[in-house]
Design a binder for this molecule. Structure first.
Ligand code: HEM
Ligand SMILES: *[C@@H]1O[C@H](CO)[C@@H](O)[C@H](O)[C@H]1NC(C)=O
Length: 268
């Protein structure tokens, strides 16, 4: 009798700990994990912990005991060596600055990990690092539904609209996309997101980005429907609504030879 009462109490506690369907992950976990009110500042703090954990690996509290290796650590995914660091360090000429080819940009030029460890995007607010990391806060803030975005303390996303255009010269394959996404999900769960919410977050990222030739999809409402696929190689699953003729980099012969060079480099 005692035991079953105790079990009932536990079940009730678990049910209470579940996010109501009409509250976004951002709003819910700002309250429950940070123990703070929903304000632009506090929602930005949650997303800062999330994105900085993605990049650095787990470094902070709250942490519920889930280790996160981090985006820049080399890994083996589906038997393939994955090393994303060269795309961020400027070692590869893969950044889209509007030309017909990629250029090299060092995105770790704002102090690298040191400011991230202090829960900041960068030391230098004119650095590539600052723009990239603040854009990631803004974009992922929208992806997890921050309701207090669009205020001076937590601006709306101000980066490139199409994730395909941003990433096209990286010619990323499925294992690279998988590592990127799985680090986001592990980081969220390490902060205390439930596994159910981790699954929702993961499914959304896989369905929109880690597919080949996804049709125009709206993520940032004011930017409208955009090409969002970041997975470009033949091993990426086709999007349910695939429209490959909208993805010229997939058919251009230069794209294919760039891929051959790139995969060699990233296997080093
Ligand atoms: C789920 C898929 C992904 C999403 C949602 C995403 C999101 C973003 C966003 C919002 C930006 C900022 C764009 C801007 O500042 O205008 C960005 C830039 C960048 N991403 Fe991703 N990304 C994804 C996958 C990847 C992967 C797999 C890599 C692997 C290397 C990667 C590497 C980069 C790099 C190097 C930049 C800087 C490029 C630039 O500023 O032009 N991303 N990403
Ligand atoms: C990362 O998380 C693991 C698992 O909880 C823990 O053992 C490790 O100390 C954490 N690392 C840091 C730097 O906090």
């Amino acid at each position: 009798m005692r035991l079953s009462n105790a079990l009932l109490v536990l079940t009730a506690a678990a049910a209470n700990a579940q996010r109501p369907a009409d509250v976004s992950m951002c709003d819910y976990y700002t309250k429950t994990l940070l123990g703070k009110d929903n304000t632009p500042e506090n929602q930005l703090q949650l997303i800062t912990l999330l994105v900085n954990t993605v990049i650095l690996g787990n470094y902070t509290t709250p942490n519920v005991g889930i280790a996160v290796p981090g985006l820049l650590a080399p890994a083996v995914v589906n038997g393939e060596n994955v090393n994303l660091l060269p795309y961020f360090s400027g070692e590869l000429a893969t950044t889209n600055r509007g030309d017909c080819h990629g250029i090299s940009v060092n995105f770790l030029d704002g102090g690298g990990p040191a400011p991230l460890l202090q829960n900041k995007p960068a030391d230098d607010e004119t650095s590539n690092q600052y723009f990239l990391i603040t854009h990631l806060y803004q974009y992922f803030g929208t992806l997890i539904g921050c309701s207090y975005q669009g205020y001076p303390a937590f601006p709306a996303y101000a980066g490139a609209a199409s994730m395909y255009q941003s990433h096209k010269f990286m010619n990323l394959d499925y294992a690279q996309n998988k590592y990127f996404i799985d680090q986001h999900v592990a980081a969220a769960e390490s902060l205390g997101f439930s596994t159910a919410d981790g699954k929702i977050f993961s499914d959304n990222l896989y369905n929109v980005f880690a597919v080949r030739c996804g049709g125009p999809t709206s993520i940032i409402k004011t930017q409208g429907p955009q090409l969002q696929s970041t997975c470009l190689t033949a091993d990426c699953p086709n999007a349910a609504d695939s429209e490959c003729d909208l993805y010229p980099a997939l058919t251009a012969s230069t794209g294919n030879s760039a891929k051959a060079t790139l995969s060699k480099k990233s296997e080093l």
